[in-house]
Write a protein that binds this ligand. Structure first.
Ligand SMILES: Cc1ncc(COP(=O)(O)O)c(C=O)c1O
Length: 447
């Protein structure tokens, strides 16, 4: 292979950089990774403060997962989904133990997008209804049906051309900048009641879909009554509740799944990412007993060649075993609390509006003005290709040896779940420095 410069140049020229204008992409060449760190071709080490795309929950180079993949690859490389095999039974048995009790049957795919796509198709086949209620601050995937129910800006460039009609968007429970300009708890969770109102007036609704803790769009943790009330509302209207735990699942929030914090049972549960700690592509769509029984007599009209791919399932089993063996939940609870405390210190920056999250899932939400809570950047800035302050902060952090994802107005702090207090201290120290760039923007607009 050619030299390192060629690697970057060929990648840049011949591989799409996603969700960006191509000419702005300058990929760094990464050559190795271990634990919470990865290294580039110049030998520079980076602390991974976003677990890549909030998926490498066990950290890099976990040998037990790697060996399980290798061993299974030697045993069986591929099987048509029509066959049974040990990993198809074993991962399903494990999911029955850790998912909400009413979720009893699974469709295995290869991404969060496909898992959402399957959930929507299943909901529509089961209910024979078409509409989906989703929320504005949401990301659910990039294919036709999943992007159609994505409330945030990534839907806009394909709206009408590559979207499926029938989505209604609802406001979300974003208390820091409440869409209704109300304050919790006096608001009486109007954001949930609004969905009740929508369901009173909409017909043909198959399902409501939510990320129980919103991910890319700012780690929005709902008030404690929100999800139980939403469960009640959807039941009252005989509408399915789909929870998208692609990002919030797998101990990220301190529970196997975020819904466990509020003890609700959805009708369909979607997950991916942390199921294999990102080591192999695997998506999961889990459905309730009622939905499962429906398909005993009706055609399950869905499937892929790589569905339930045995090696990906072996990776899932090994990952769950590692979560248990390493007592990851305890680490998330202990180190996550410390992470939240340290990140809250950053609220002293003029540009930091709010730091919020739970477990090892946090966002730093920027503002130009703490009084008015004016956004540092809006989705329209991103769509227009204007400079985005969180991207500048992330670039500065990268220069200082910390990798962090910035999306529109938020920095996403979600380190591998094995992170230590020392890793957190290092990350916060660099963010403290990098945020000075954002402070300049805040003061320049307010002075
Ligand atoms: C909540 C949520 N749903 C769905 C997806 C799509 O998953 P994937 O990128 O694996 O297709 C994502 C990706 O970030 C996500 O965060």
């Amino acid at each position: 292979m050619s030299g390192f410069e060629d690697i970057v140049e060929i990648t840049r020229k011949h591989v799409f950089g996603t969700w960006r204008v191509q000419k702005t992409w300058k990929p760094v060449n990464i050559v190795s990774a271990e634990g919470c760190y990865f290294t580039d071709s110049s030998g520079k080490k980076y602390l991974d403060l976003s677990s890549q795309l909030i998926c490498v929950n066990l950290g890099h180079s976990n040998m037990n997962v790697i060996n399980a993949i290798y061993e299974y690859m030697k045993k069986l490389q591929y099987l048509t989904p029509a066959f049974a095999c040990d990993v198809r039974a074993e991962l399903s048995r494990m999911l029955l133990e850790i998912m909400p009790k009413n979720i009893i049957k699974f469709f295995y795919s290869t991404s969060g997008t496909e898992a959402v796509e399957a959930a929507l198709k299943i909901a529509r086949m089961y209910t024979r209804k078409h509409k989906i209620i989703s929320r504005y601050r949401s990301y659910h995937g990039s294919t036709a049906a999943s992007i159609s129910i994505t409330g945030e800006l990534r839907r806009i460039p394909v709206e009408g051309y590559h979207t499926v009609p029938g989505t209604q968007f609802a406001p979300e429970c974003y208390c820091y900048r409440c869409p209704f300009k109300l304050s919790y708890p006096e608001c009486g969770i109007t954001c949930a009641e609004y969905i009740d109102y929508m369901l009173q007036h909409e017909g043909d609704v198959a399902a409501v879909i939510v990320e129980p803790v919103v991910g890319s769009n700012g780690v929005i943790v709902p008030p404690h009554e929100y999800l139980p009330r939403l469960r009640e509302i959807t039941r009252d209207h005989n509408v399915l509740l789909i929870v998208d735990e692609v990002m919030s699942g797998w101990l990220r929030t301190g529970e196997w799944f975020a819904v466990h914090h509020w003890k609700i049972e959805p009708d369909i549960m979607v997950t991916a990412k942390g199921v294999t700690s990102g080591y192999l592509p695997l998506g999961v769509t889990g459905v309730s007993r009622e939905i499962s029984e429906y398909f005993e007599e009706n055609l399950f009209a869905h499937g892929h060649t790589y569905e339930a791919h045995p090696v990906t399932l072996a990776a899932g089993i090994a990952t769950i075993n590692e979560y248990k063996r390493l007592n990851i939940r305890d680490n998330v609870l202990k180190v996550g609390e410390y992470l939240g405390k340290r990140l809250k210190e950053l609220e002293a920056h003029p540009s930091v509006g709010e730091v919020r999250g739970l477990g090892m899932f946090w966002a730093i939400d920027l503002t130009r003005d703490k009084k008015t809570k004016k956004f540092m950047n809006t989705p329209k800035d991103k769509l227009a290709g204007r400079p985005i302050v969180v991207e500048k902060v992330a670039a500065k952090a990268s220069e200082l040896g910390v990798f962090i994802i910035g999306w529109v107005n938020n920095l996403l702090v979600a380190p591998p779940l094995i992170a230590t207090r020392e890793d957190i201290d290092r990350g916060v120290e660099v963010l403290d420095e990098a945020l000075k760039l954002a402070d300049q923007e805040a003061s320049s607009k307010t002075s």
